[in-house]
Design a protein around this ligand. Structure first.
Ligand SMILES: O=C(O)CCC(=O)C(=O)O
Length: 264
């Protein structure tokens, strides 16, 4: 990323890279389709969202996206060369996704890279973002947080009419947004394919590991043996290991922690 792109991201809370993975999109799509049959109980029927977590972690080739020069460039430019890989989800979305941010972290930056595998516009489910809404703590953010959940009652408009930018995509485009940025999607069909890479700055400070653990647990919804998936760990080249190392250093028995959760 160049300095202007980084500034755009910091100012508006999102950025789109048209065609960044155009040359890779065929194998990415094939790999995406391979993941779902790996889970016997997972069958998407279009009626509600189907999600697999962690996602890229299930396949060596998808895990290798962390080392893809274009993706590595985004991650290191926005988060530093010692960034933490924080996980990934793969989805068949179905219908609308209401307005929400993904998190709120004062002390460090968290980003999501989103890969949509279908051509989408504002009319059929393209991701929408509210520019500048990532500046949490300011009045605009507080107003949104209080009112956007019920746009009809707050402003007399539907969620799809909230002023926003629709990020039209074709497969191969890459979207990046800060976790704090309010986003949504409207008018999509039952089979919108999309997966993500989540990452953060390395956790530093007195309570770094405590805070990292809390962050990991926040997104830990399914029972599993490890925070990272088998292919992600098994194929971790040294370049990748430094992005997994801080979470691994927590020394948590994830299987034990998952006892109350159901598996995928
Ligand atoms: O595409 C969508 O429906 C919403 C995506 C989203 O909310 C997310 O990845 O956090």
């Amino acid at each position: 990323m160049d300095a202007k792109q980084i500034d755009f991201f910091d100012t508006f809370g999102f950025i789109k890279f048209p065609g960044l993975l155009k040359a890779d999109i065929d194998w990415i799509e094939e790999e995406f389709e391979q993941v779902f049959p790996m889970f016997r109980n997972v069958k998407h029927d279009g009626s509600k969202r189907t999600m697999i977590v962690p996602f890229i972690d299930q396949r060596e080739k998808l895990s290798g996206m962390l080392e893809h020069p274009a993706i590595n460039d985004i991650l290191t430019c926005l988060l530093g060369s010692d960034y933490n890989y924080m996980g990934s989800d793969g989805n068949y979305y179905s219908g609308d996704t209401s307005w929400h941010p993904d998190g709120q972290e004062k002390s460090r930056k968290h980003i999501k890279i989103a890969f949509y595998l279908d051509s989408l516009t504002a009319h059929n489910g393209a991701l929408r973002v509210i520019p500048g809404s990532h500046r949490f703590g300011d009045v605009f953010y507080r107003d949104l947080m209080e009112k956007i959940w019920n746009a009809e009652q707050s402003w007399g408009i539907s969620g799809s009419e909230v002023p926003a930018v629709a990020l039209d995509v074709v497969p191969g485009d890459v979207l990046v947004f800060k976790h704090e940025t309010f986003h949504s999607s409207w008018g999509g069909n039952g089979y919108r394919r999309m997966f993500t890479i989540n990452a953060s700055q390395r956790f530093t400070g007195e309570k770094a590991l405590e805070e990292l653990e809390a962050q990991c647990l926040l997104h830990y919804h399914y029972a599993r043996d490890h925070y990272y998936g088998p292919a992600m760990r098994g194929s971790a080249v040294p370049q990748r290991q430094k992005h997994l190392e801080q979470v691994m250093s927590l020394g948590i028995d994830w299987a034990e922690r998952s006892k109350h959760l159901s598996p995928l």
